[in-house]
Ligand binder design. Structure first.
Ligand SMILES: *[C@@H]1O[C@H](CO)[C@@H](O)[C@H](O)[C@H]1NC(C)=O
Ligand SMILES: *[C@@H]1O[C@H](CO)[C@@H](O)[C@H](O)[C@H]1NC(C)=O
Length: 349
């Protein structure tokens, strides 16, 4: 009897030990990270950096935006997220154009810009009223439109990209610089540029040096200007330096004191940027901002030079979708027809 009891106790003991082992294994297994499922969600494609590109789509020239997007998307393997910025009443049309054309494959977000933020900050008496289009000032508000990215590209709508946008994105910003621009004295092939009439490339062309507020800045009027139609920006640094607030301050000051040159060819958005970023910007490879193609319909660049260019900018009055203009063949090859049939090319001669 005593032996039987002993055997029972041993069996019970063994049973408990077995249960403990099973339990231990179960608990332990639960804490082992599940590699398999993790592996599936982390494909290399998703780890690739996303390049945010901000571009405006104004009602009358949405065709420009779509051609620019098409050129960027077609010339890169990079993972791009387009932020297409418009005013409220155009947002549906922007979406339709993208979703009902060959652009339907792009990654994009449509962002509304509320022009109320500009109230009291722009003078209504500009010699070129078209430059007062509220979307011209979107570049002042980049951190308000973009939240998840530190480094951002901003492009004017009247550009065509011929290079891989990854290269532009890889532009190095010096420590403490909130942005990089293309310098107006850096332009390659100077004899091409010099043929273009009335070109401004110094601060004098943008700021009225007779005004005290401008003189007090202590910036030499012969300082080279830059063109903010192509920007690579660091949002962390932009916020840190409160760039948007500084730009707004100079806009307001201009409303009160009319500080900017009246011969403005470069646009109302340029002058405040020249002041705020003076001596504090990095530079973009000049081939990434070949500009003034819209300056003079009689001045043509050499074919070789245009082929070398990574980005072409038709700044000036003569847009490549209108007549007269130059090198519109280069622009037109990226044109995406308007599914609504509203935007039309105007190329009769
Ligand atoms: C889990 O991943 C680690 C590191 O990648 C690896 O060393 C380990 O062998 C993996 N375990 C299993 C069960 O796949
Ligand atoms: C952006 O600026 C911050 C603050 O100066 C800096 O730490 C960061 O490295 C910069 N990022 C890029 C991509 O330049």
């Amino acid at each position: 009897m005593a032996l039987l009891r002993k055997i029972n106790q041993v069996l019970l003991f063994l049973l408990i030990v077995t249960l403990c082992v099973i339990l231990y294994k179960k608990v332990h297994k639960g804490t082992v990270p599940k590699n398999d499922t993790d592996d599936e969600s982390e494909t290399p494609e998703e780890l690739e950096e996303e390049i945010p590109v901000v571009i405006c789509a104004a009602a009358g020239r949405m065709g420009a935006t779509m051609a620019a997007i098409n050129s960027i998307y077609s010339n890169t393997d990079a993972n791009i997220l387009f932020y297409v910025v418009g005013l409220r009443n155009t947002l549906t049309r922007i979406r339709k154009w993208i979703e009902h054309s060959k652009l339907r494959e792009i990654n994009f977000k449509i962002v509304e810009f509320n022009p109320m933020v500009l109230k009291g900050k722009i003078r209504p008496d500009s010699p070129r009223p078209e430059l007062l289009q509220p979307l011209n000032f979107v570049r002042f508000y980049l951190p308000l439109l973009i939240h998840q990215h530190e480094k951002v590209i901003y492009l004017d709508d009247d550009v065509i990209v011929q290079g891989d946008i990854q290269e532009l994105y890889d532009t190095t910003l010096a420590l403490g610089h909130a942005a990089a621009f293309s310098d107006d004295c850096d332009l390659p092939s100077a004899q091409d540029i010099n043929r273009l009439v009335g070109l401004q490339n110094t601060y004098m062309g943008y700021l009225d040096y007779r005004k005290k507020a401008i003189k007090d800045l202590g910036i030499s009027p012969s300082t080279c200007s830059f063109n903010p139609g192509v920007i690579v920006a660091n949002m962390t640094e932009w916020k840190h330096q409160r760039i948007t607030k500084q730009l707004e301050k100079w806009m307001q000051k201009n409303v009160e004191e009319n500080l900017y040159s009246s011969s403005l060819g470069g646009g109302v958005a340029t002058s405040p940027m020249l002041i705020v970023f003076h001596g504090k910007y990095s530079t973009i490879n000049p081939l990434w901002h070949i500009r003034h193609l819209g300056w003079n319909p009689d001045a043509r660049y050499s074919e070789h030079f245009l082929q070398e260019a990574k980005l072409l900018h038709w700044n000036g009055r003569h847009k490549p979708w209108d007549f007269p203009s130059v090198h519109n063949d280069l622009w037109e090859s990226w044109f995406v027809p308007d599914p609504a049939g509203i935007f039309k090319l105007n190329h009769h001669s």
